[in-house]
Design a protein around this ligand. Sequence first.
Ligand code: SAH
Length: 435
Amino acid sequence: MCYAIPGKVVTIDKKIATVEYFGEAKQAINEFDDLKVGDYIYAQGGYVIKQIPEAEALSILATWKETFFQLHELDLRLSRMDLDKTGIDKKLAVILDKAAEDLPLKEADLLHLLNLEGDKELEYLFKIANFLRQKHLGNSCCVHGIIEFSNYCSQGCAYCGISTHNKGIKRYRMTKQEIIDTAYEAIEKYGFKALVLQSGEDPHYSVDDLADIIREIKNRSAVLIFISFGEVGLAGLKKLYGAGARGLLMRFETTNPELFAKLHPGRTIKTRLAHLEEAFKLGYLIITGGLVGLPGQTKEDILKDILLTKKMNTEMYTFGPFLPHPNTPLKDAPPPPVRDVLKTLAVARIADAKNAKIVVTTGFETLHPKAREEGLVAGANSVMLNVTPAKYSQNYTIYPDRAHSGESLQEQIDETLGILRGLGRAPTDLGVTNA
Ligand code: SAH
């Protein structure tokens, strides 16, 4: 099982390696001192993560080649713009024509898109988003893994089912060794090249403990590690980068300051954003975004969330629905309609057409059984699989009835690859296309 295709290094300019994949050049940051032109490598999130022997690379490429072009053909066919404009509002047609031609849209135009309700209009919007995804980023689809190693949390976020509000939850913590072994198995047995380590804000693990875990995982295997432990402080971010973490997954949740303050007692949007900014400065890849459908949230708020995500040079957008958890203060608030999540993905794609990796979240899959199939053709190009041992992940109940809960990793992989194959997507992460 493999989630990246080997590429051949064709040039190295300081820290930037240009890597060729079936004739297409991409760029990746190189941190290996001994990397040479002609070497074969794996890249993830725009980083070279592993050098591989030529013979191994050539044999993997030989098995991939035919499939790669078949998938590419299928994706091209599915993302063609066979648009039926009859009955479409003229204003909408003008906005979407501009989007399709990569002309910048005004904020008012993007807001108009977020406010669309008609089936026909929405279909049109999603098609343009899918067309832009294909045009700029091709058929590659990131498949990252996530290990949720502790559901203890010291915070009282009003929506979250692992917050201090939930007194009825069975709490768990994985030991250092369990975390390291789980990562090892995900990388070596299942072929993951990028892993997110996530937990509640659990003071049981010091920053030094977390740094040790990251160092140990990286010593044993080649992998891109994203951290998602909440607010570890700016010094904490630095230490964890030093240990080898190269990505931060942290949603700002909502940019509306009043809403943020109401939902996160004792916390401020300012500090949350400071973490994201500092992490970016340190060199972390950023995965961020917000919740869609929070009580009191407006479409204007969601637009601001999308635009802020873009402004933060985000590597991957993560926007998922708010889902009410019965043991939290927001237990009676309704989740958003499915179309609101799809519209958010599509508008994010249109707002950041050339760069955005956009993930279909597990929250969205929990809200809607066809979330992946529909999200991936509405602008998204990424999925995340849960590699937490099942006995633990069933208690990581940030919201109830999480999709894939209790499924084995192999079942999740098979299902995901089936969906990707059906849509002509290749489970890869090849870095940035050479402009
Ligand atoms: N402690 C980490 C991880 C938090 S849990 C941090 O602070 O970043 C991961 C994500 O789950 C959160 O960022 C939040 O957006 C999401 N989440 C929590 N409760 C949710 C709910 N009820 N519905 C949907 N998403 C939820």
